[in-house]
Design a protein around this ligand. Structure first.
Ligand code: FHN
Length: 437
C-alpha cells in the first residue's frame, strides 16, 4: 500500500474513533428504562412554585415585570400546609399514571427541593421548610410510581444568567454577569438532583430562551447541553433525559417531547417544523389552560377530551403527560381531582389497550390504533360511525367489541378490511374494537 494511503487511513480511523466517543451510546440500563417509559404511557405533570401564591400562572414574574427583590418576598409567604405527597401520588396512581414530573426549578429560579448550591429554595427560604421533592420521592417509591425532575435552564433570578435571552429583561437585575458561572451553578444543581434523589430522569425546559435568538441570527449563549447530559449520565447512565427545546433530539437525549401537540402537529406553535426523531415520545398538555395555578382559569377540559388525548397520544406512539398546578396551600383543585378520578375510571377498564402498546398501523381522522403482540385495538373516536373500511393486509383471526366481547363479522378482501358497527355498542368517548391477529 502506498505510504500516503496508509497515512490517510490512519487519520481516518483516528478521526472516526474520536467522533464515535462523542456520539452518545445509551447504556443497557438506559435502553431498558426507555422501554419502561414507552410502556408507561401516562404521567402527571406538576407545575408548582412560589408563583402559585399570586394565582396568575408560572410566568407571572415576567408578565407583571416583578423585580427580583420584590419576587424574593414570595417565599416568605409560601406555607402550603395542605401539601400531602401521598395524596398527590395516589391521585396520579388512581388516574392510571405511572410517573410524575414536577418542577424542581421553573423560570423564576426558585428551587422546590433542598438545594445545597443555593439557599433560594423551599427548605431554606420558606416558613414551610419541607423538601416537597423528597416527600414526593418517598411517596412515589412506596406507590411504585417513577419521578422525573423538570428543570428550567432559563433563570429569571440568577444574576449570571447574562447576557439574557429573549425573556427576563425587566426584572431589575444588573446588566452584568458571567454566563460560564451560571452554567456552573446550573450544572451543580442538576448534579445534586441526580445524586441525591431517586429519580427516573430530567425534563429540561427554557433552552429556547437563547436558541430563539440564535434562530433570528442574533447573539445568544450556548448551554453546552452535551456537557450537562454527560454529567447526568456519568452520575447514572440509566437516567432518561428529555429537553423541551422544540427541536429534533440532540445527542445525549433519551426521549423527545412535544408541547401541547401530538407529534407531527403544530397547533400550539411550539413545534414548527420539529422533526420526529427515533427516541421515545411524549406530549404534554394542561388540564385547563394554565400550567401553574391560575385563579381565574376555569377552562377545565372534560374527562372525554383528556381520555381522547391519551388515546391519540398512544396511537401516535407518545406518552401523555397531563399537567396540574397545585394551589398555594398545596391542595389540588377539586375539579382537577374529579377529572383525574374520571380518567382513572376509564383506565380501569381500558388500560390494557394503552399500556405496553405501540402505535398501530391504522390511523385516520377519528380512528387511532394501538397494538401489542397479536392484538390490534381500534379506538373509534366518533360514536356515530356506522361502518369501517380501512386498508389492512395482515391475516385476521377474529374481531370483537373490546368491552362486551361480542364478535363482529368482517370482510377482508384485497387488503381492505370492512365491517358494520352496532349502534348499541358505540361509546360516546371511545369505542374499542379488538382485532386478534
Ligand atoms: O415556559 C414554559 C411553560 O411555563 C411550561 O413550563 C411549559 C411546559 O411545557 N414549557 C415552557 C414553554 O415551552
Amino acid at each position: 500500500m502506498k505510504n500516503w494511503l496508509v497515512v490517510v487511513l490512519v487519520i481516518f480511523v483516528h478521526v472516526t474513533s474520536i467522533l464515535a466517543q462523542d456520539n452518545y451510546i445509551p447504556s443497557s440500563k438506559n435502553l431498558e428504562n426507555r422501554t419502561w417509559f414507552q410502556d408507561a404511557k401516562f404521567g402527571l405533570f406538576i407545575h408548582w412554585g412560589v408563583y402559585s401564591i399570586l394565582g396568575d400562572g408560572e410566568w407571572v414574574m415576567q408578565q407583571q415585570n416583578i423585580n427580583t427583590d420584590r419576587y424574593e418576598l414570595l417565599p416568605n409567604f409560601f406555607n402550603p400546609e395542605k401539601f400531602d405527597a401521598e395524596e398527590i401520588v395516589s391521585l396520579a396512581k388512581a388516574a392510571g399514571m405511572k410517573y410524575i414530573t414536577i418542577t424542581t426549578k421553573h423560570h423564576d429560579g426558585f428551587a422546590m427541593y433542598d438545594s445545597q448550591v443555593s439557599d433560594y429554595d423551599i427548605v431554606d427560604s420558606t416558613p414551610f421548610q419541607r423538601d416537597i421533592f423528597r416527600e414526593l420521592e418517598q411517596a412515589c417509591k412506596k406507590a411504585g410510581i417513577k419521578l422525573f425532575a423538570y428543570y428550567s435552564q432559563l433563570d429569571w433570578h440568577h444574576p449570571d444568567y447574562y447576557p439574557r435571552g429573549k425573556t427576563g429583561h425587566d426584572l431589575g437585575r444588573p446588566e452584568t454577569g458571567h454566563w460560564q458561572d451560571y452554567l456552573k451553578y446550573q450544572n451543580a444543581q442538576i448534579k445534586e438532583i441526580a445524586e441525591n434523589y431517586d429519580i427516573a430522569g430530567f425534563w429540561f425546559d427554557g433552552y429556547w430562551d437563547q436558541n430563539d435568538l440564535k434562530k433570528q441570527g442574533k447573539a445568544s449563549q450556548d448551554f453546552k447541553l452535551e456537557d450537562t447530559y454527560k454529567l447526568i449520565h456519568s452520575v447514572n447512565s440509566g437516567l432518561l433525559i428529555g429537553n423541551n427545546h422544540h427541536l429534533a433530539p440532540i445527542n445525549g437525549e433519551d426521549f423527545q417531547m412535544f408541547e401541547k401537540d401530538l407529534p407531527g402537529k403544530n397547533t400550539a406553535g411550539f413545534s414548527d417544523g420539529t422533526e420526529i426523531g427515533n427516541l421515545p415520545l411524549e406530549t404534554c398538555e394542561t388540564i385547563n389552560h394554565s400550567w401553574g395555578f391560575n385563579l381565574q382559569d376555569a377552562h377545565h377540559k372534560s374527562s372525554k377530551e383528556l381520555i381522547r388525548y391519551l388515546v391519540k397520544a398512544a396511537g401516535n406512539n407518545a406518552n401523555f403527560l397531563l399537567n396540574i398546578g397545585p394551589m398555594p396551600n398545596g391542595d389540588i383543585q377539586e375539579e382537577h381531582k374529579t377529572l383525574l378520578k374520571e380518567v382513572g375510571m376509564w383506565m380501569q377498564n381500558a388500560s390494557e389497550t394503552i399500556y405496553d402498546t405501540r402505535a398501530g398501523e391504522i390511523q385516520k381522522e377519528q380512528i387511532v390504533s394501538t397494538y401489542k403482540k397479536d392484538t390490534l385495538y381500534l379506538h373509534l373516536l366518533d360514536e356515530n360511525l356506522q361502518n369501517i373500511s380501512v386498508t389492512f393486509e395482515k391475516p385476521i383471526k377474529s374481531i370483537c367489541y373490546f368491552s362486551s366481547g361480542d364478535p363482529i363479522n368482517f370482510k377482508q378482501q384485497k387488503g381492505n378490511l370492512t365491517f358494520d358497527l352496532d349502534a348499541n355498542q358505540m361509546n360516546p368517548i371511545d369505542t374499542i374494537i379488538q382485532i386478534n391477529l
